[in-house]
Design a protein around this ligand. Structure first.
Ligand code: ADP
Length: 455
């Protein structure tokens, strides 16, 4: 097969480019062994985990606010999760079928040269020649190895499409201090599981602004956190495990139904990549410039494999940048800085741009303004009044450079703040916008209006 563009993977870094390239008339081949579009995000990541999170939250709210005695039925939650995934597989398939010049194969891609590859499908190997390629092969969970580590589960076991994981464990050890560990810990805590989070270091969310973590930490960890703790081994059988661990130098042991490892993800570099000359690191990260080109200009890489901003929404934008540059020469560039990030804990935590500590490190003269969720009408309706909205402005120009939100609707609010940051709006611009009442967005313009007082 001879194509203009070969796209490897079918996740957020892949299919938006496939659609745009096909729309421009290019002959495109996209391949993924999953046989469906959506990548890891839809198959086992963001969509299933956020579906489960939302249903647990509904259950929690109806219990707290209405005295509903119904305990979340985890089987129903998991069934709804599968239904949402299926709905989106079907939707993407429908979107794809519109393009006659876009072929999708269920199979794994191996490079055989800098302009050639093999796709191994159930019906045999399909050799492909291409002018351009986009590598969007994403990441997989990293596993650490210790005696009994094969008895441990990962987030894939809980969230994969059609998973057999349908029972809530009585007690669960979660190993990790990143966003996946915290999100999963929060969910099972609300489901009634006794959760123990084992964090190897002295803090969680190591790459997040320290002051933001300080505000968020007591709110998002209502379960037991064991800092400076490493797991030594696990024995027994799933449902009845003995976990031996070292906490602050002391050797201890506990029983748990499940042990979940959430210790990071690593890049998946396609086989044969050395034949292309594309540079990549030992951690499976493919270096790209802001045009999304690798060290070999006709081969692009997008999404998590680039190790830059590992979020679906960033992958989508990167995918479109790659497509635009394949169609039109170097016409588009990725802004890796102004990408919103959310941690979907209870309450959620979101941020974008330059925050307090980075501003300090850069020697920037910053004005901060804030809005407390305690006075927010919608937060009062839900009795979820913890947290704040905080905006960071350049003192001289009044232009916003970043913001964070801890509390109700943080992932939604960061989109409005993010649009302001992306477009370098001033405090006055933001303050003049009549954010709707009664939504938590009111807090964004209210925080901007506090600019004058804080100056
Ligand atoms: P993104 O970073 O683009 O959002 P994801 O991690 O969501 O990516 O998805 C990456 C996809 O790439 C997965 O669905 C995975 O099956 C697929 N993939 C990984 N390696 C290969 C390969 N060698 N050939 C084809 N597809 C691959």
């Amino acid at each position: 097969m001879k194509v203009d563009v070969l796209i490897i993977g079918a996740g957020g870094g892949a299919y938006p480019a496939a659609f745009r390239l096909a729309d421009s008339g290019k002959i495109v081949l996209m391949a993924d062994p999953k046989g469906v579009l959506g990548g890891n995000c839809l198959y086992l990541g963001c969509i299933p985990s956020k579906t489960v999170r939302e249903l647990i939250e509904i259950n929690d709210r109806s219990g707290r606010l209405l005295g509903s005695k119904n305990h979340a039925d985890f089987r129903s939650i998991q069934k709804h999760k599968d239904d949402v995934q299926q709905l989106r597989f079907d939707q993407h398939e429908q979107e794809r079928s519109v393009f006659k010049n876009l072929k999708f194969l269920k199979g794994n891609v191996t490079f055989t040269g800098s302009n050639s590859a093999d796709v191994s499908t159930e019906d045999g190997t399909v050799p492909v020649e291409f002018d351009h390629a986009i590598i969007a092969t994403g990441t997989v969970v990293s596993r650490i190895s210790f005696p009994g580590s094969d008895l441990c589960i990962t987030s894939d076991d809980i969230f994969s499409f059609g998973t057999v994981f349908r029972e809530i464990p009585d007690k669960m050890v979660i190993v990790g201090g990143g966003y996946i560990a915290l999100e999963v810990a929060g969910m099972f805590h609300k489901l009634g599981t006794e959760v123990h989070l084992f964090v190897r270091t002295e803090t969680v969310l190591r790459n997040v602004d320290r002051d933001l973590v300080k505000i968020a930490y007591p709110l998002i960890t209502p379960f037991r956190v064991h800092l400076n703790t490493t797991i030594r081994n696990v024995a027994g059988k799933r449902g009845k495990l003995t976990v031996n661990y070292t906490e602050n130098g002391e050797d201890l042991s506990m029983q748990a139904g499940e042990v979940l490892l959430a210790v990071g993800r690593k890049g998946v570099v396609p086989e044969g990549i050395d034949l292309t000359g594309v540079k990549y690191s030992s951690k499976g990260i493919i270096e790209v410039s802001d045009t999304m080109q690798t060290s070999v200009p006709h081969i692009f890489a997008t999404g998590d494999i680039t190790g830059r901003t590992p979020y679906f929404h960033a992958a989508v934008r990167e995918s479109l940048v790659a497509a635009n540059n394949i169609i039109g020469g170097t016409v588009d560039r990725m802004d890796f800085i102004n990408v919103p990030v959310s941690i979907f804990t209870y309450p959620p935590v979101s941020y974008i741009g330059i925050l307090r500590n980075e501003a300090k490190e850069k020697g920037m003269d910053i004005v901060e303004t804030s809005y407390a969720m305690s006075g927010d009408a919608r937060a009062q309706m839900y009795e979820e009044q913890d947290g704040e909205i905080r905006l960071f402005f350049q003192r001289k120009t009044g232009r916003i450079v970043g913001g964070w939100v801890v509390g109700l609707d943080a992932p939604e609010l960061i989109n409005e703040i993010g649009t302001a940051v992306f477009n370098s709006l001033t405090a006055k611009d933001i303050a003049r916008f009549p954010d709707q009442h009664p939504t938590t967005n009111e807090g964004v313009s209210k925080a901007a209006r506090a600019w004058k007082e804080s100056r």
